[in-house]
Design a protein around this ligand. Structure first.
Ligand code: ZN
Length: 292
């Protein structure tokens, strides 16, 4: 297992972590500037942040600073109530692949979606099985496109508390089942993003990381599970402040040959987004060394 205690060479910042500074929205170019200033060599930006700044602007900044992208957030949200909705999702996902290519991302992260409408508070139906089949179909279509572009797709299983509204793939095992179905040869065109926040509780975690192997392990996301967790979405903890044994999970992932970035991904309305972003980045660097 790599020794992270001496430097932050393998730290990546998911830009949602500093989406706000002292409660105020922080534009992506400012986030990039701050990361560069702190000697951080990789980021994982969100599409809305890229769109707000403009893709050409972001692409130029990334290239000029020699930044790497540990991933691009995000594609997915495949299920819909009708054919038009599914076609719209497919089109948007192909656009996400194009953006990821332009930014030379390691992978496009997929948050696959769940019951249509649920994210806005009203699910159109209760058939999670239907959503799951739409997800597999959607990924299959996107994979054909992404293969031509050479952009790997990383399915991110989300914690089951998001099964209704964000992702109906909730375990690493399920994500790998989809990978095996669509890519039996383990070509590297599709794999998983292992986010400790979503999978730390799973009794099959070590076993499924072994099953994934190097070809399928495309991204590793870190933060911590707080006690108590006050908000299901936006109360993620800083590494070391919660109950996840992050080094143990990183050890499992690296045992399979994963040698990429540890991407810090923290959504925190009441705590970290209220602090100055440079202070947050300093803490990420310190905890990357001590708690990852
Ligand atoms: Zn994640």
């Amino acid at each position: 297992m790599r020794n992270f205690s001496q430097n932050h060479e393998w730290l990546s910042i998911n830009t949602a972590t500093v989406r706000k500074s002292q409660g105020v929205e922080l534009p992506l170019p400012k986030i990039i500037e701050a990361c560069v200033e702190k000697g951080i060599g990789a980021i994982s930006p969100w599409r809305d942040q890229v769109a707000a700044a403009g893709l050409p602007v972001v692409s130029k900044l990334v290239k000029n600073h020699g930044l790497k992208l540990s991933g691009y957030c995000r594609g997915g949200m495949f299920p819909a109530v009708d054919a038009a909705g599914i076609a719209a999702a497919d089109l948007d996902n192909r656009k996400a692949v194009d953006e990821a290519c332009e930014l030379n991302a390691k992978c496009l992260v997929l948050v696959v979606g769940a019951l249509p409408g649920a994210l806005n508070g009203k699910a159109a139906h209760k058939d999670i099985g239907l959503s799951r089949s739409q997800v597999t179909d959607g990924i299959a279509k996107l994979l054909d496109y992404a293969k031509v572009c050479g952009m790997p797709l990383a399915i991110e299983p989300l914690h089951p508390m998001y099964a209704a509204d964000r992702a109906c793939i909730n375990t690493l095992e399920h994500a790998l089942d989809v990978c095996d179905q669509l890519d039996p040869s383990h070509s590297g065109a599709i794999g998983v993003a292992v986010d400790v926040y979503h999978v730390w509780w799973d009794p099959k975690l070590q076993n499924q990381i072994q099953r994934a192997g190097q070809k399928r392990l495309l991204a590793f996301h870190v933060c911590d599970w707080l006690l108590p967790t006050k908000d299901l979405l936006n109360d993620r903890g800083m590494m070391g402040d919660g109950v996840i044994d992050i080094p143990k999970i990183r050890g499992w992932v690296e045992s399979e040959g994963f040698s990429g970035f540890s991407e810090v991904e923290i959504f925190s309305t009441e705590n970290w987004w209220q602090k100055d972003h440079k202070e947050v980045l300093d803490t990420c660097i310190a905890r990357h060394k001590s708690a990852v």
